[in-house]
Design a protein around this ligand. Sequence first.
Ligand SMILES: Cc1ncc(COP(=O)(O)O)c(C=O)c1O
Length: 380
Amino acid sequence: MKTKIPFFDLAVQFKSIEEEVKSALDEVFRTQQFIMGSKVQVLEETIAGYCGTRFAIGVASGSDALLLSLMALGIGHGDEVLLPPFTFFATAGSVSRLGATPVFVDIDPETYNIDPSRIEEKISSKTKAIIPVHLFGQCADMNPLLKIAKERKIFVIEDAAQALGAEYQPVSEKSGQRAGQMGEFGCFSFYPTKNLGAFGDAGMVVTDSTDLSEKVRLLRAHGSQPKYFHKWIGINSRLDTVQAAILLVKFKYLEKWTGERQRKAERYRLLFQELVSSVDGIRLPTVQYQNRHIFHQYVIRVRERDRLREFLAEEGIGTDIYYPLPLHLQECYTSLRYRRGDLPNSEKASEEVLALPIYPELTEDQQSAVVDRINAFYRK
Ligand SMILES: Cc1ncc(COP(=O)(O)O)c(C=O)c1O
């Protein structure tokens, strides 16, 4: 009988922390304080400390983290925001929801992150912000991007939804610049499958600016200050106490889990070495010089992606495709008039990427089986 290797397995993780989670939930149930509350505040302080920022504001999702950051910067109708098309829809959707226009910048084919050398040609008098996405757990190439943003007076909002704890080019051996601390805002998602995942939707905005943190804090609760008096038009995007309590339990294990992911990525690299040197057209993830990649996803690149995926599915191995259609070619953006061929690196990546199982609980045997089956596909 074939062993089933799921693409992710949250049940195994839950088993290891079940008692702690239940007792944290019991505490919330006893207080009956479900909206905001002290757990949310503790989580905000914890995440700010972890990201090296002065402030963190808990919100309802990673998508809302992006939306609220854009709102706090006053971005709206007539404005343009630069971002890569090879990302989850929320990166662009948040811009469009405010009536601003996403302007897509192609990616670097090695890292899948925004290519800084393509940014200047897309800047216009309407450009207000850039949203680099730290895709799969690796920071975008921020130094050239930040330099352009500073010179052209453009805001930077980091979409760090997949990159909690990632670092960009450590300045010392100990620590680098953490994802989320380099732009005006950093936006995180605690979607259940993220490296730090809630039991539902949750997100966080981090920033070093007192004014901007205050603004997001108000905007997430309908812009009211004091209660029932509205300074701005905000939204309801509060973080549930229940989610904060669970996230605080899981946070204690985040570094350990990240280490496991990194070890598994290194093991994939070693196990795939022979295949990569003998078969043309297979590429493993590239870690940019000195980056701390947290391997939210382990994404390989193969020409015969769809056939390989089908073969692995038949063998009981779960995989996924992030992302099958770049955002500039999505139906909802037809009016922006992009054509196939406009952003070739993103389009080609969409045809070739394949995410393999990588999670702290993936066993050595399971991982070896994934590699073995991929080898078998190429030996057929
Ligand atoms: C790159 C990226 N941006 C934004 C989001 C949105 O986060 P959420 O699903 O928490 O709204 C996600 C998560 O799915 C993501 O991967």
